[in-house]
Write a protein that binds this ligand. Sequence first.
Ligand SMILES: [Zn+2]
Length: 455
Amino acid sequence: MNKRRRKLADLHTHLYGCIHPADFLEFLKDREVDWTRYESNYHRVYGVSPRITNILERCRRGVAGGKDEFDRLFVFGDDHAGNFDRFQAKYDMLNHGSDWAGFSRGKVAFPALVNQVCTFIHKIIARQRRQNIGYIEQRMNLRPEFTRAQSSEFILAMLRSYGEYEVSDIQARLAISLPRDNPWPNWELVREAALGPLGHLLTGIDFCYLEEGYPPKDQRELFNEVKDFNRRYPERALAILYHVGESFNDKSLESAVRWVHEAAELGAHRLGHAIALGVDPEQYGGHTRSESVAERMDQLRYDLRHRKGLAEFGVPVDLTTATDELESISALPINHRITMEYDDAKLDELRQRQELAIRCVRDLGAVIEVCPTSNRRIGGIACPEHHPVKRFIADDAPFVIASDDPGIFGITLADEIAWVKEHHQLPGDAVDHIVDLSWSRRSEVLTGRSSPVPS
Ligand SMILES: [Zn+2]
């Protein structure tokens, strides 16, 4: 095995989530920032003031402990964990402290903003090199305020930054995150950039942020367009990276499993988190939840479509009962909520549904991106026994280990792999195996652009 392969590959990161607290503190040192919105949202979520102005002042004066206070405020740690709202309240420091807010208000010029983003890219890559990372895929979205020309220039500027590392011991690739409500205009820009001179560094599109309310089936047409693009331009083929099954309070647990399965059926190459597919149903305990009529109808259609597979896994779907229910609820308003109870038997059934979906995801060739700390802190899965990666290991699901937002989580990819090894009793060579899996599941490999072993 050559030296380069021993390095780590991180396939699921978000550019701003990679910014290290020390780099952000350095950036803030001489800046005047209006923290009003950050402070009020932080107070709403955590019930205390972040005291950021005071902490920054102490850091500026070099007061002992100031830097540690900043780190604690910046990092979304285990003691802050719980849900996405709490994560967002922390992440807002990056939004409001960097030039995004100024750009939105017309106070920061576009070139200065681009320059700032590229500076962060270089700082992030410098740290990742020191952490023995040899390959990284970063996701970044385009701002709605950007003009078409600005969006194109923004993508190009990021690719130029990544291009500076082509002859080095780290390779960086970009995936543009598209808005779930209307990905089409930005897809056009990605398409153009992928065919441009630096298109070899742009290897995927991503769907992230809020997933509830955006069923994977809504992206069918776009996914088909990407598949068509990939057939026409195989040397610039783009992977579809899709966050799914991470947040599902709005629907039944079986619908949450189905969404992950459907994203793979539609052609997603890698599935971000897919907690719903692997979390131990015991984690939920007996409870009540509800979903819309539209979602329940989709679930019944799924059950009918996968009746044979579900039966194999011990989940009988009675044709007449399912068809009758489908017919009777179709008369209800589409947004009407249907309530369902979860007891031990229904949670056991969910476990079987997960197993079928895992098998199908594997057969479809999709890969699950497990981000252990992110799942614990945003996904609220505190107990390692319930963590989805346990099932993924046991059921031989295709997965990789990634870091998601290593800066704001205060972690490294090596920490993430070590956590999996420690909590899931993996054998001695497991770390090498996990590292190899990531190298062989890079976007450019899954789309056929590159061979699994880098040259
Ligand atoms: Zn993510």
